[in-house]
Design a protein around this ligand. Structure first.
Ligand SMILES: [Zn+2]
Length: 278
């Protein structure tokens, strides 16, 4: 695989690896065609503890950063912007975090669990997002493609063939090089100043615990520092943690800010990931 090399501090709060079991059943219908999907796989992951929540938040924030870059640097998008943002997030997580296998496994499992939790009658095939399960499996695919050795147990648990692994490596390389090429005039030059970074944590009576967890983890500070280190943002970069009235995260072009909702943390913690400690 090719390497997009840069270095930053690694997220130190990751727990030791443990082998957990994931079961997922996905049922969907399209024009009378019923697709039945079922997988049981052993993956390296954390249970739904603080680290599971924070690992997911990191991927979500880089996803929103992908949207921010597309907007602020007027990058062309071929295909779905949501796919491009997911790819940006996965590429950056692989590049920046030593335990990216745990981080990506947690993110993929959350997406698969979200799919499981959704009503199969309500699946929107015209959505700007692919189905959560596809997004989750693509994250696994990129991880396996980028670092087959680190992901070999995960690849084996999904019974991935040699051909599929090679295919994932090609897709990861293509996406990583595509992003790198698109961003080449957006990187901050070594001696150029960094954009101002503003991070705020809005008070919330309902989500005190989530706010404290996010604040104490410094995940947003590390994320923001990485973004202003890498890119020559035209104005200050604002990151806002707040109560939004929904479990989501946003990039808002009008203000150039990235918001993460405390409700998303509650949603992640409550996901039934089918995880059991062995
Ligand atoms: Zn998005």
């Amino acid at each position: 695989m090719m390497v997009w090399s840069r270095n930053m501090g690694t997220y130190q709060n990751l727990p030791g690896e443990s082998v957990l079991k994931l079961s997922s059943t996905f049922l969907s219908g399209l024009a009378g065609l019923v697709l039945y999907y079922c997988t049981t796989a052993q993956v390296v992951a954390t249970p739904r503890d603080d680290d599971f929540v924070l690992n997911n938040i990191i991927h979500i924030m880089y996803h929103e950063a992908g949207h921010a870059l597309i907007d602020q640097f007027e990058l062309p998008v071929i295909g779905q912007e949501e796919d491009a943002a997911d790819a940006f997030a996965t590429i950056n997580v692989i590049d920046a975090f030593e335990n990216f296998d745990v981080l990506l496994s947690d993110t993929a499992m959350a997406m698969i669990a979200l799919q499981d939790a959704s009503d199969s009658d309500d699946i929107d095939f015209f959505s700007e997002h692919d189905l959560d399960i596809q997004r989750g499996m693509r994250i696994i695919c990129f991880g396996v493609g980028a670092e087959p050795d680190k992901f070999k147990d995960i690849a084996a648990s999904f019974e991935m063939t040699h051909e599929q692994i090679e295919n994932c490596a090609d897709r990861f390389d293509q996406s990583m090089l595509g992003w790198h090429d698109l961003l080449k005039s957006s990187y901050r030059k070594e001696d150029a100043p960094r954009a101002d970074l503003r991070i705020s944590y809005a008070p919330s009576d309902t989500y005190k615990k989530e706010r404290a967890l996010l604040l104490n983890s410094a995940v947003l500070e590390d994320f923001g520092a990485d973004l202003v280190d890498q890119f020559a943002w035209g104005s200050k970069l604002k990151i806002i943690a707040r109560e939004c009235g929904e479990a989501n995260a946003f990039y808002e072009p009008a203000t150039g800010s990235i918001s993460i909702c405390y409700e998303m943390m509650t949603l992640l913690r409550g996901l039934d990931t089918g995880l059991e400690n062995e």
